[in-house]
Structures are given as C-alpha cells and as structure tokens.
Ligand binder design. Structure first.
Ligand SMILES: Nc1ncnc2c1ncn2[C@@H]1O[C@H](COP(=O)(O)OP(=O)(O)OP(=O)(O)O)[C@@H](O)[C@H]1O
Length: 301
C-alpha cells in the first residue's frame, strides 16, 4: 500500500489551559477527498493549521508525503495548496491580475494563469475586477491561487461557508473535478454532514478535540445502515405488537410499528408471521437514520 499523503499520530494541542485537540490519529490516502467534519469549535481549523505548520508544536507527529512537517516545512508546502483563512484577494485588480501577483511570487510559468482560470471555470470572467465577483467566484479565484504551483494536496477550510446554493453546487463540482480530472488529493473541513456526504470519499469526524470516526464514506454509511429500522403499517397494530413482542422487540409510535433492521431474510420472516396470523400489512419499509442523526448520535456518545 502506498504511503498516505497525510499522517497524524497522537496529536494533542492546548491553547493555554484549554485542551483543543485530544490524541488525534488519522491518515489521508492519496487520491481521496477527505471530509473533516465537526461542529463549530471542534478543532478542525487548529488541526489544519498544525498540518500546514501555521501553528507549531514540538514533537507533534505530523507527516505529509511521508516527511515530518516540523523539519521539512518548505519542501512540503511546495506540494500543498491551501485556503485556510479568508482569501486575500486584491478586489481592485482583475482575476487575471490577482493571479499574476501570486504567480510572480510563486515563480510559475505564465501559461499557468490560463490553466488555473480554466480549472476553476473563470476563464470568461478573468478580465473582470475581483471586486465585482460573487462570493462563489471569489472563492473559486482563491482556489485558483492555491492551485498555481500545481500542488498534489489541496487543503480547504470550510470552502462552502457563506455561499448561496448555486455557489455551493459550483464549489462541490469544482472539488470533484479537481480530484477526478486533475488527481488532486483534497482535504476539506465542514460542519455540514450533508455537504461532506456529497463530496467525500473518506471522512473524519471530530468533536471537542476528539476524533470519533475515521474511515471511508462507505464505512460511515454502513454504520448508518446498522442503525436502520423497519417500519410497518398494519390493519391491527395491537395484535401485531403482541405477535412481534417476543422475537422482534417492536416499538409503537404515531400509529406505526417499528423494529430494528437485521437482514432482508429477517424482514421476510416478519412479514410472513404477520400474514400467517391474518394481519393485513399495508406498508413495510426500511428507514435509515440519516447521517445527520447518526452524526448527532456519534457526537453525543
Ligand atoms: N488562537 C486561539 N487562541 C485561543 N483559543 C483558540 C484559538 N484558536 C482556536 N481556539 C479555540 O480552540 C477551539 C477549536 O477551535 P477551531 O477553530 O480549531 O475549531 P473549528 O472546528 O475549526 O471550528 P470553527 O468552524 O468554528 O472554526 C475552540 O474552542 C476555539 O475557541
């Protein structure tokens, strides 16, 4: 297996007396979109700042591309593009001129400006002043700046924050495109599970400085289906409750019976049992806890 692009081992961090990160261990595989998810104040930005060497800690075990950030910061940052704090754009300059300013300091070839404008879908708006851009366009221009030196890893802190629905969709599409068409590994933080669920291949859930989940999105969704229930609507709920009581631990609420989902076979058994006892089954379906509920459950554990 190839070395993960990011490896954090047992990372803790204090601001004064406050423990902000508590023994964080995670890995981000190359080629992934890693959604770093947590409510406000969970410790996402602090983790990202430590990762990029913007905050320092002695003996923190943080490796990017297999090298320790503490001793290889400059070499590592050449391979990383990031958007952590507010994008620092010159609003009186055009999108193209903004890129030219950064291109000179990064010493990238001139043609790179057109390439990154195209990547973020701003080629047509490149000659307009950044001050006239929508928030979503400004965000895309800032991402274009982060892409100038052709980084392998892109770190974006809450990239959809404050955007309108169209801006959110465009940013999501851009992240997906950068990953699939340009091979970028992307780390995005977010406080919205629904957002992460739409973009990420891998997920880390952080709450109060502790990492509660780290794995693939499908593993998280598997966890979700383990929380699924079967809902049943019948002509005689009282009789059905009696029948199911011993084997299925049914719950009754709002005129509906529900039992924990175990397997399709078990669902068929339940249906057959009700049918054999003369109960008419009007509806029987699996309801999955949406990830939002699961997230709340995970963080409340
Ligand atoms: N420079 C700082 N000095 C002191 N405390 C800080 C500092 N930066 C962050 N904190 C505290 O550390 C904790 C984690 O903050 P952090 O910004 O990492 O969280 P977050 O998950 O990124 O949340 P948000 O989405 O609100 O930015 C919070 O309690 C915050 O108040």
């Amino acid at each position: 297996m190839s070395t993960p692009i990011v490896q954090i081992e047992h990372l803790s961090y204090h601001f004064g007396q406050q423990l902000v990160l508590d023994d964080i261990t995670l890995e981000i595989p190359g080629g992934s979109i890693y959604g770093f998810l947590g409510p406000n104040g969970a410790g996402k930005t602090t983790t990202l700042r430590l990762l990029l060497g913007l905050l320092r800690k002695r003996n923190a075990c943080i490796r990017l591309f297999g090298a320790d950030i503490a001793t290889n910061r400059i070499a590592i940052l050449k391979r990383v593009g990031s958007l952590i704090e507010q994008p620092s754009l010159y609003l009186q300059l055009t999108g193209r001129e903004n890129l030219e300013v950064f291109r000179r300091s990064y010493q990238c070839p001139k043609q790179r400006i057109n390439e990154v404008l195209e990547m973020v879908d701003l080629l047509d708006a490149g000659n307009k002043k950044a001050g006239s851009y929508s928030l979503g366009m400004k965000q895309r221009l800032a991402i274009a700046v982060a892409l100038l030196h052709d980084p392998e890893l892109l770190v974006l802190d809450e990239p959809t924050n404050g955007l309108d629905p169209n801006g959110i969709i465009a940013t999501r599409a851009l992240i997906h495109h950068l990953n699939t068409a340009h091979g970028k590994t992307i780390l995005i933080s977010s406080h919205l599970l629904s957002e992460v669920e739409k973009m990420a291949t891998h997920v880390g859930i952080i709450h109060k400085g502790r990492l509660l989940f780290n794995g693939t999105l499908s593993a998280l969704q598997q966890l979700k289906s383990n929380h699924a229930r079967i809902e049943i609507e019948v002509n005689d709920p009282d009789k059905a409750m009696l029948l199911l009581k011993d084997d299925f631990e049914p719950l009754y609420a709002n005129g509906k019976i529900s039992v924990a989902f175990e397997s399709q076979q078990r669902t068929a058994q339940l249906n057959a049992l009700l049918h054999q006892q003369g109960i008419e089954v009007y509806k029987i379906f699996v309801i999955k806890d949406d990830l939002e509920n699961l997230f709340v459950k995970i963080i409340n554990n």
